[in-house]
Design a protein around this ligand. Structure first.
Ligand code: FE2
Ligand code: FE2
Length: 235
């Protein structure tokens, strides 16, 4: 299966204009398109409506998770409904199987990496914050557990490892993802993990369990090749 992947479109009519032509080629190059969150800029239904009219013209199966920007206006449920109505497989702690490849996805959350992971101690505000991170991890765990396919692809918006966020200011690393997500990726021995959010991160990394992690934030992809707003993976 050929998987095209991108993220962080942050849709506006102006910004999508330059993507229209290169995106139109995706169906010749891939069987499925993964969008790893931040489809919109402010999470507004009108942004999504406009983006969806462009996405349906691609005539390719799309699997997506939402990102933090898609939550900005509090309309995330409506956005997911709109996407689902257009045939997009929206993963929110859920999974989807196609031709022997299983996709498990969720937005994920922040909280830091490795020894720097924030733990549930002290104020109730800290505990609530950590709980949000744990909840997203459990959602991903549940989604991955449902799959019986020989190959699993994990999709999150937030980064599961620190390696693919290198290039961003070090001060904001804990706000770019959480290594709790990587524990799920390794436990299920995924074939591939895809994420976005780190617009100025690094393309390639690996979990401690040896699973390839790919940052598919569109700004990063375009910086490497202005004609290719997505990356292709052969599984
Ligand atoms: Fe983004
Ligand atoms: Fe984001």
């Amino acid at each position: 299966m050929r998987i095209a992947a991108t993220a962080d479109i942050h849709y506006s009519p102006q910004s999508y204009d330059s993507l229209r032509e290169p995106m139109a080629r995706v169906r010749d190059e891939a069987d499925i398109l993964v969008i790893a969150g931040d489809l919109t800029n402010y999470g507004k239904p009108e942004e999504m409506r406009s983006l969806l009219s462009a996405l349906v013209r691609l005539r390719i199966l799309i699997v997506a998770v939402l990102g933090n920007h898609d939550y900005e206006s509090g309309h995330e449920q409506e956005l997911m409904r709109m996407m689902t109505d257009e045939g997009i497989k929206v993963l929110d702690g859920s999974s989807y199987e196609k031709d022997g490849v299983g996709f498990a996805g969720t937005k994920g959350f922040i909280g830091g990496f490795g020894r720097g992971v924030l733990t549930s101690f002290g104020e109730k505000e800290i505990k609530a914050f950590v709980q949000a991170s744990v909840d997203e991890t459990l959602k991903l765990e549940r989604a991955a557990s449902m799959l019986r396919t020989p190959k699993t692809v994990i999709i999150t918006h937030y980064a599961p490892i620190a390696e693919t966020i290198q290039g961003e200011p070090q001060e904001i690393f804990p706000y770019l993802g959480s290594s709790r997500l990587a524990e799920v990726i390794d436990r299920h021995q995924a074939a591939l993990a895809l994420h976005g959010h780190a617009h100025h991160g690094k393309l390639n990394g690996m979990t401690t369990g040896g699973v390839p992690v790919r940052n598919v934030a569109i700004s990063l992809l375009l910086a490497h090749d202005p004609a290719r707003p997505y990356r292709i993976f052969d599984l």
